[in-house]
Ligand binder design. Structure first.
Ligand code: SF4
Length: 406
């Protein structure tokens, strides 16, 4: 990583002035826009910068702690280090690590000693047994109980993939939850399937304070997504980016060979999200000190991406487009005969190939039923033809099966 003082001093304002026009990324702020060499050379800010989260009026750090992990319940150095650096927003969920995320965050809350010093977002999957509202309400209570707190700062309906989740009874449920004091704010996360329709409907119906959605440099050019982001912004909905790394196999990224005098590739991907002024914060899965420090350095750095950095990211997006599944399962899974879970399988493959988490990938893969894992004898050709990312679904599913079924 070359994100040190000398590299900042070497920053050249003219990088912005050459190359492609900024019109390609109308929402972005780039190096050269308002900053200068003295700002670039300045010492990092004392803590991770904060930004107002939509219409909540609350300022949160631009870097959020992704808690899909099990922490050390005696003393977790990552949580404490992050907190000291200003990353005081924890993003967890009932299903993360089979509930262990919550249970291992609870001791950290006690160690901090002042609930108000932490922002906690959690999510309920809404696993309905007939009554969806009741399911979400019970899940909120379970979140509070497992975390050992009497309120959340933000409660999400988790992985919303259907606009039905924004029907009036669910919006009213969110209002009741806020009024009860069990959560201060209410929102949803969406993982790809129908996300644009969900975001547009949320902007239209109101009652949703915050949305967390997949966003990264490779999605800048998606017109309908951009319109949905604009609609949410206009409606005052806070926007949190997740899956910011647009993970593709590491060997593919190595072929592209990203080079920047200021940032590592992982940092540049985060900076690319923060460069979009519509995004309030980015959540990141930081499961070791190196990742945590790298991300914190990027968040604190006043240096912005150069046009050259952006061009490289653009090239990377183009060259790896047919590896990055966007999770829009409704598009491809309806084109196959059978119940094979394409989007889930490719997500687990991403955990294996890009996140370096083979155990998690295999565990999740084995949770699918045999018919959901079926590859042999399934014709994926029609699914591949409609895939907006042009993914060679058959070969990627075969690879997933080879790597994850063992
Ligand atoms: S394989 Fe293609 S269509 Fe299917 S979920 Fe992934 S990106 Fe969407």
């Amino acid at each position: 990583m070359s994100n040190d003082g000398s590299s900042r001093r070497g920053f050249i304002k003219s990088a912005f002035l050459s190359g492609v026009g900024v019109g390609a990324w109308p929402h972005l702020s780039l190096a050269g826009e308002g900053d200068d060499k003295s700002a670039a050379a300045a010492a990092p800010a004392a803590a991770v910068p904060r930004k107002t989260l939509g219409s909540t009026g609350e300022k949160v750090p631009i870097l959020l702690m992704g808690c899909a992990q099990k922490f050390d319940s005696r003393y977790d150095k990552l949580l404490h280090r992050a907190f000291k650096e200003g990353v005081d927003y924890l993003d967890t969920a009932l299903v993360y690590e089979d509930g262990q995320s919550h249970k291992t965050i609870a001791p950290f809350l006690a160690q901090i000693g002042d609930r108000k010093k932490l922002w906690i977002t959690s999510k309920g999957p809404g696993r309905a047994n007939g009554d969806l509202v009741k399911a979400y309400e019970q899940e909120l209570d379970t979140c509070l109980e497992q975390l050992g707190t009497d309120y959340l700062d933000l409660y999400f309906m988790h992985a919303v993939d259907d606009v039905d989740r924004l029907e009036p009874e669910l919006i009213k449920m969110g209002e009741r939850m806020r009024k009860s004091g069990k959560t201060r704010f209410f929102g949803l996360s969406c993982h790809g399937e129908n996300e644009i329709a969900v975001m547009n409907k949320a902007a239209q119906v109101g009652g949703i304070d915050v949305i967390m959605f997949r966003y990264h440099f490779a999605r800048y050019g998606e017109l309908e997504l951009n319109k949905a982001i604009d609609a949410c912004k206009k409606a005052g909905i806070g926007l949190i980016a997740m899956k910011t790394q647009n993970s593709v196999p590491a060997e593919q990224e190595e072929v592209v060979g990203f080079q920047s005098k200021d940032f590592s590739l992982a940092q540049a991907k985060l900076k690319a999200v923060w460069a979009d002024g519509r995004i309030d914060a980015a959540v990141s899965h930081m499961d070791n000190t190196k990742k945590l420090q790298e991300n914190i350095s990027a968040a604190k750095s006043p240096v912005q991406l150069s046009m050259n950095d952006f061009q490289q990211l653009q090239r990377l997006a183009t060259l790896t487009a047919d590896y990055a599944c966007q999770g829009c399962a409704q598009i491809c899974e309806s084109r196959i005969v059978g119940e094979t879970k394409i989007a889930d399988t490719l997500r687990f493959l991403m955990y294996y190939e890009s996140y370096g988490e083979p155990d998690k990938a295999r565990k999740l893969y084995h949770r699918l039923s045999p018919v959901q894992r079926a590859v042999e004898g399934v014709d994926f050709a029609a699914a591949a033809r409609v895939c907006p990312k042009g993914i060679d679904i058959a070969s990627r599913m075969k690879r997933a099966h080879e790597l994850l079924s063992v």
